[in-house]
Design a protein around this ligand. Sequence first.
Ligand SMILES: Nc1ncnc2c1ncn2[C@@H]1O[C@H](COP(=O)(O)OP(=O)(O)O)[C@@H](O)[C@H]1O
Ligand SMILES: [Mg+2]
Length: 338
Amino acid sequence: MSQGAQTDSTDARSVGVTPTEGAVTPTSAPIASGVVTSTGINKGVIAVGGGKGGIGKTLLSANLGVFLAQRGHRVVLVDADLGGANLHTCLGVKPPNTTLSDFVSRKVDNLQEVVTPTSVPNLGLVSGALDVLGAANPKYTQKLRILREVSRLQVDVVIIDLGGGTGFNILDFFLIADHGVLTVVPEPTSIENAYRFIKAAYYRRLKTAELAWNLRPLVEEAMNERSNQGLKTPADLVSYVERRDPAGGARLREEIERFPLKLVVNQVRTPEEERLGVAISEACRKYFGIHMSHLGNIPFDDAVWQSVRKRRPVLLDSPDSRASRSIIQIAGALGLGG
Ligand SMILES: Nc1ncnc2c1ncn2[C@@H]1O[C@H](COP(=O)(O)OP(=O)(O)O)[C@@H](O)[C@H]1O
Ligand SMILES: [Mg+2]
């Protein structure tokens, strides 16, 4: 899919063009949080996204899934990577026969029916999101149906490998998850893409909030007055709205602060790169006024690519490797280590 086709509300807004597709309402709380499951953890949906391919989204999704399943939690991995669905390969299973497309086209009624078992007990896989989410204009109702069914799956944790890009579907899945995890590698192009992703997600969130709270005229006014009023950052924009409509502005701020954004820096090699996550979070706080927690780093580790060649998750192939240990720490930072 050409990401350019449906990207991105950010730049579209600044030239006065608004996206035509409706957004998931901001009042919808995270889909599953707060429900304690039979294995004793908060049921949660983790969506893993990123600006581009090859930065460790699948590595993180697959191995988080393996770790949680090993701890006795029932986990389903959903492969929603546009154009690059390869979770099954990382897990060493054949592409599943039933796919998410069968659910969307109503060949099967229940998403549970398209969950394929893997070699890891408690770990199931839903594949084939490719043609569903990759379509240039997938039906909004289909997306909602998937989201609803995902939250109803009889499991403890759902992990969605969203793939790269900033299309509306990716952003909506990301924003509605309990944890939206953004991966980045320490390369200028990846960092640039990460900021682009955050910006697009931010404006998607802002749009849903302004629609829900009727703040659109005021936000537009702020956009038009940007240079006159010296509004340099999106955070300034929210402050502008707050000054003119304190109650509405406060709601807007609250909505934006509920942003479920978390960061993982992958392929870290140097001490300087180890500090990148904090630097990106800090920049986000200053520019967007949002808190993005840095969950941790995954070191560059030969054990990772070696495990990929063997079609085995690194956590099974090399459980004591530095990469495996860092992924376990990340699960802990998500509150899922127990
Ligand atoms: N921490 C790492 N150390 C070594 N190699 C890595 C690491 N992370 C990713 N890789 C390599 O990069 C490839 C792409 O990673 P992957 O998780 O599939 O990226 P994405 O899902 O973002 O496209 C992997 O197959 C692996 O060879
Ligand atoms: Mg991938």
